[in-house]
Design a protein around this ligand. Sequence first.
Ligand code: SAH
Ligand code: TYD
Length: 408
Amino acid sequence: MSATSSCRICGDTVTEFIDFGKQPASDAFVKPGEEDREFFFRLAVGICGSCDMVQLMEEVPREQMFHEDYPYLSSGSSVMRAHFEGLAKRFLTTELTGEDPFIVELGSNDGTMLNTIAKAGVRHLGVEPSGGVAELAATKGIRVRKDFFEESTATAIRSEDGAADVIYAANTLCHIPYMESILRGVTTLLAPNGVFVFEDPYFAEIVERASFDQVYDEHFYFFTARSVDEMARRHGLELVDVERLAVHGGEVRYTLARPGARQRTAAVAELLASEEAAKLTSPATLTDFRERVEKNRDDLMAFLREQRAQGKRVVGYGATAKSATVTNYLGITPELVSFVCDTTPAKQGKLTPGAHLPVKPPSAFHADYPDYALLFAWNHAEEIMANEQAFREAGGKWVLYVPTVHIV
Ligand code: SAH
Ligand code: TYD
């Protein structure tokens, strides 16, 4: 019998379809010597039989994930910096052209998106609970409220700053299990003709690419047009536009508005129809997904064991949150992947969560190229491979595990 839980959107039954076992918090990099203090939970995913929302079976307490030392930096990729600058400029010429416009960003992190808005002199507020990254944004001159966004935060912002023309969240809404409070907050804070825009990994891309490493503690929801449509309606909002994005392995940007405030675009019906035609969330599709994931797991482990047997050296590239799922699901040890290189200062010198692979700066990779680089940051493949051309010229090879294990 499958395990079940209660849907965080509609309360109906969620049925599990894939289990990754015991996992640590994915961004909890460990100081050497503190390995015995780690937090673990059971990482498994299910789907609601009623509203179709794909979600984790177990919730990790938010303070366990988002705190002073939260290490992720939005500015760590030049592609993402350009992505956010482009969107900020678009907002400045579309939604933020009225009298004294106001934009609120949830999960503003180090201020990569709001930077462009602040420089344009437009009224803004970032809501960011993780102290270290919030501080980085503040030093750039961005206005930040160090807080978790929820209904009470929205009420406070509304009374201090008035209604928002845009509420924006990138790679943040899917991190927040307590959706009822969030959407009540959004309806409290949003101006009558305002828009709530959010972008997150698209479940159809995860299924297509078997990108199982998109599943980790922080990614609580895996949205589809259908589930977001249902979620919006239940909370007095309407899904009015969708836009597919190539970043982070394939995302969708959803736009919600108050019912009747905006005309729904044709793109919404198209995406809904494509999900239905693909039977995206049917039991057969989900079983096939699980089987492909298990094959990727087995193929990658066989590859790593084979390299060790042949005396070849493999190094991980990108100490991503995603890689926690890969290393712990497979049981990767430092004998198989000697270290992981990463540009993030707060990750360097630490050990990856659970698997305890040492994290080193890219200079360690450059100093002594391995035979293979296992690309944990595969969502930044183009950018990284372009920057690391010398590795390939020196005879090094990239290993990827989505959509299947392959060498580049
Ligand atoms: N928007 C950035 C950061 C994504 S990481 C980007 O796309 O690169 C997710 C961020 O959401 C983290 O910085 C985390 O601290 C923040 N976060 C988590 N829960 C939140 C909440 N309830 N309200 C606002 N931000 C939240
Ligand atoms: P990312 O895949 O964006 O997110 P997540 O942690 O949510 O899975 O993380 C990319 C990581 O890779 C981040 O720690 C920074 C690192 N990185 C490099 O080391 N070099 C690079 O050139 C790029 C683009 C990222």
